[in-house]
Design a protein around this ligand. Structure first.
Ligand code: FAD
Length: 260
């Protein structure tokens, strides 16, 4: 059973349980901390839900959940959205002819840490945003709205990510170079390369799970063709990285193990 036999997750796969757990946590926990949402914070929340509706490859009941929440938010035109009202609007509805359900349990599979305080939500949030940048690149015109997903992530992290220090670091990286991203494919690569910068900065630190050392990702065992050497120095084979990211963060690579 699950409790006594933790799943040995496969690092080459994505798990729907991680994605749904991170969605649940990002919407119902992190975004519902303030007593009310207003102004830029309310706009950031609406923007996040709208991007999820467009690009998150969820199960039908989760798609319905996101569409219902998005439609409800579009209807909310008052300047302030009280937390109590939002929480009510974010409840599941299993009785409708089209059930609208985002599971409320938090189960980490690919994002399971070796101890409780490692991995989990931050791992799930990275995974969601990589998936969204890739799906936006696969399902839209490359040169149109290149920053759609990245700006959504920037706003979400700034206004809601509980790790304050992380949010400040991310904002500094975004302010430095995000504006230069000119296509949806460049957005995929921007998030990949900046996540690797974060991995490099955190390697060996005390937030690193010893069972999951921070690597420059994807490591050679996941993607041998992503790596090359130029005059004895490691370099990325960028076209192979793009191909790998598109396959890794694709609906076909999402596994249902442990999803409710
Ligand atoms: P994570 O880094 O969370 O990665 C999750 C999964 O994504 C990995 O298991 C791997 O499958 C894949 N992956 C790894 N690298 C890449 C890549 N380059 N491109 C695509 N996929 C990749 N923690 C701090 O201590 N200080 C910080 O300043 C900080 N800033 C953060 C900023 C943001 C926006 C986020 C979302 C998190 C931040 N964190 C920070 C948390 C930290 O980055 C990790 O999420 C956390 O330590 C858990 O690490 P992990 O081993 O699960 O892998």
């Amino acid at each position: 059973d699950h409790a006594s036999q933790p799943l040995r997750a496969d690092r080459s796969k994505l798990y729907m349980a991680d994605l749904e757990s991170a969605l649940h946590y990002s919407l119902r926990v992190e975004a519902a901390r303030a007593s009310a949402l207003a102004g830029a914070q309310l706009a950031a929340f609406k923007c996040y839900v709208a991007a999820l509706v467009k690009y998150f490859p969820g199960r039908p009941c989760v798609q319905t959940y996101l569409q219902t929440l998005d439609a409800w938010l579009r209807n909310w035109t008052e300047p302030e959205l009280p937390r109590t009202v939002l929480k009510e609007a974010m409840k599941n509805n299993r009785d409708a002819s089209h059930p609208s359900v985002l599971p409320t349990n938090v189960t980490w599979v690919g994002c399971q840490g070796s101890e409780r305080h490692f991995r989990g939500y931050p791992c799930g949030l990275w995974t969601i945003f990589h998936l969204l940048t890739v799906q936006a690149a696969q399902n839209g015109p490359d040169k149109e709205l290149p920053l759609e997903v990245l700006s959504t992530m920037r706003c979400y992290v700034r206004h809601f990510f509980g790790c304050q220090e992380c949010a400040e670091h991310f904002e500094a990286m975004a302010a430095e170079s995000m504006d230069r991203v000119a296509s949806r494919e460049e957005a995929v690569l921007w998030l990949w390369s900046h996540h690797n910068k974060v991995n490099a900065r955190l390697a060996g630190g005390d937030t690193e799970d010893p069972m999951f050392p921070k690597l420059q990702w994807p490591p050679p065992d996941l993607c041998p063709q992503c790596h090359k050497e130029e005059r004895g120095v490691h370099a990325w084979e960028q076209p192979a990285v793009v191909t790998f990211l598109k396959a890794h963060f694709s609906p076909a690579n999402i596994y249902m193990d442990y999803a409710e």
